[in-house]
Design a protein around this ligand. Structure first.
Ligand SMILES: Cc1cc2nc3c(=O)[nH]c(=O)nc-3n(C[C@H](O)[C@H](O)[C@H](O)COP(=O)(O)OP(=O)(O)OC[C@H]3O[C@@H](n4cnc5c(N)ncnc54)[C@H](O)[C@@H]3O)c2cc1C
Ligand code: SF4
Length: 514
């Protein structure tokens, strides 16, 4: 007699999509498994809030599935039967539960993709992989779209996405007459609009924290175990979305590049964790924003909503496609041959540079910094100083609540460190103190002088900036977007250039002293 069919379905920690077709109705032949494993807590050192938020969200999702009538096996980190690796746990369950078929959802990380592929090939039962039904594009889409081209232009990709999903379109034309309102955006924070207090949750994760600590998982960063601020289930994620639409969206575009000591989140939505673990669908977030604009265009101008839509429909999908187009070579790229270790202050925020102390300090406190803090403060410094991209990647992958390699790596190695030699960005995102002074209020409280390039108290960003360009002239001079910068450098008096470069080398020799 044939064995009754018993299907085991694996759900990874970032696959908490309750709308997935897998979960539409309970099936007595199917059981689901979610697992908290050392394989995932230990592949990089994570912020404590990140580990806690993943586990809390996974537990909430398992409870949700059980309430819907699904059969769920949940392996907690300290369960005695937990083998701490996907492969060993799956094999164990297949044997103990008499499983006849194994299914999983396509993972978003290359590492897990390879692992699950190999696992499937070696299992004693048939296997299948399904789509996560989350993204709007296929993994290979960018490669096909830009076949034969050296660069993958985000702007072309974004316009296609707007047309394909009919978002902010009036027929064939972009709503408001323009595809891009960047020039109306990107203002420093001027205090004209009060910054909304961020909606934070008070999730009690003390039990999870105790387990993490007892299991001696290495983490860093701060947490109040009784008040995890991040959304851990879909109702909380929807509340955060609603709060953003009400308070953040009307000023999102204007201040999206601003940085201030007055607020750690300004008008940003802080939905990246909820999106990346798939509690929210990207199109539902985009649609909520567009509908709010349609309902009240006086309150939410097109510039604001377009700026937001671009981040999700454009950048988020684009970065994912870049990841799949470039992996696995991507993880090895180091265009400039940078080789310095990451300074200690990235782990402590103990530095006299006020901008770095603020960006790193809030990252340790909240596991969050907004895009420009990541790109133009911490990322910019690492680029100018010449830090090895592996070290930079590991830091970003560990510290942020939303950090998953498919989105972390194209942003870090690609956009911020230019380690891909210009596939994501047309020129390095390198900036001196001038940019930071313009876009933030950090310099006002700093020990360093943003106007000085060398000598006592000179802002490190200035000499490191010129030092970076001087070191990499051969690689960069032919870039038409950079030529002007080298002309400025060449016009500087020789003695001044020498002083700047000497200052840069003094700083680079002992970055920990800054
Ligand atoms: C060096 C560096 C590392 C980064 N690492 C990550 C990461 O690990 N995970 C991650 O989700 N984002 C990453 N980003 C992109 C971006 O900084 C975050 O998505 C954003 O700050 C999250 O905060 P928010 O939800 O308040 O976003 P908002 O500023 O409110 O933007 C709205 C949404 O747009 C999407 N988005 C915006 N910019 C990007 C982008 N460049 N790439 C992809 N999606 C984007 C996010 O889903 C975000 O939630 C990184 C950026 C840099 C420069
Ligand atoms: S002076 Fe330099 S180091 Fe200090 S906050 Fe400004 S840019 Fe940062």
């Amino acid at each position: 007699m044939a064995r009754p069919e018993k299907i085991l379905r694996l759900i990874l920690g970032d696959q908490l999509n309750s709308a997935h077709s897998w979960f539409q109705r309970p099936d007595s032949r199917v059981s689901y498994v979610l697992m908290e494993i050392r394989q995932e807590t230990d592949y990089v050192t994570h912020h404590i809030q990140k580990v806690a938020a993943f586990f809390a969200a996974m537990r909430a999702f398992a409870d949700h599935l059980r309430r819907q009538g699904h059969r769920v096996t949940y392996l907690r980190l300290d369960d005695p039967g937990n083998r701490q690796a996907i492969r060993d746990n799956v094999l164990q369950i297949i044997r103990s539960q008499g499983i006849t078929r194994f299914e999983y959802l396509l993972p978003d990380e290359y590492r897990l993709d390879v692992q699950l592929h190999e696992l499937s090939a070696s299992l004693p039962v048939p296997c299948a992989a399904d789509d996560t039904e989350h993204f709007l594009t296929h993994r290979r889409e960018l490669k096909d779209m830009f076949a034969g081209k050296r660069r993958f232009l985000m702007e072309s990709f974004y316009r296609r996405m707007r047309k394909r999903f009919d978002v902010l379109m009036e027929g064939e034309q972009p709503a408001g007459g323009d595809w891009n309102f960047d020039t109306a955006n990107r203002r420093p924070y001027d205090g004209h609009v009060p910054i909304p207090p961020p909606l934070v949750f008070e999730n009690d994760v003390s039990g999870i924290i105790e387990t993490i600590r007892r299991s001696k998982v290495k983490t860093f960063g701060e947490i109040d175990p009784r008040r995890l601020i991040w959304p851990i289930d879909r109702p909380q994620a929807l509340k955060l979305l609603a709060a953003f639409i009400a308070d953040g969206l009307p000023h999102f575009g204007t201040y999206q590049d601003a940085m201030t000591v007055k607020s750690w989140s300004l008008f940003h939505c802080r939905l990246s964790f909820a999106l990346n673990v798939k509690m929210l669908h990207p199109l539902e977030v985009v649609t909520a924003a567009v509908n709010a604009w349609k309902e009240d265009p006086q309150r939410i101008a097109i510039q604001q909503v377009e700026g937001f839509v671009r981040q999700i429909l454009g950048w988020r999908e684009y970065m994912r496609c870049v990841y799949w187009a470039l992996m696995p070579d991507f993880a090895e790229m180091n265009f400039f041959g940078h080789d310095l270790p990451l300074p200690d202050f990235y782990w402590t925020a103990e530095t006299r540079m006020a901008c770095l102390a603020a960006a790193i300090g809030q990252s340790l406190k909240h596991a969050y910094a907004h895009h420009i803090q990541r790109l133009m403060i911490t990322g910019n410094f690492a680029l100018l100083a010449g830090i090895h991209p592996d070290e930079v990647d590991a830091w970003y992958l560990g510290i942020y609540i939303d950090a998953i390699q498919w989105v972390e790596m194209p942003n870090t190695r690609g956009m911020s460190q230019f380690a891909d030699g210009g596939i994501v960005a047309t020129k390095p995102y390198a900036a001196s103190a001038n940019y930071i002074r313009k876009m933030s209020d950090y310099c006002g409280t700093c020990t360093y002088d943003p106007k000085k390039k060398h000598g006592e108290g000179a802002c490190p960003f200035n000499s490191l900036y010129w030092g970076f360009y001087a070191r990499h002239r051969e690689r960069l001079a032919s870039n038409p977007r950079i030529g002007m910068m080298y002309r400025t450098w060449d016009r500087m008096a020789a003695v001044e250039r020498k002083r700047v470069l000497r200052q840069a080398e003094i700083y680079r020799r002992d970055l920990n002293a800054l």
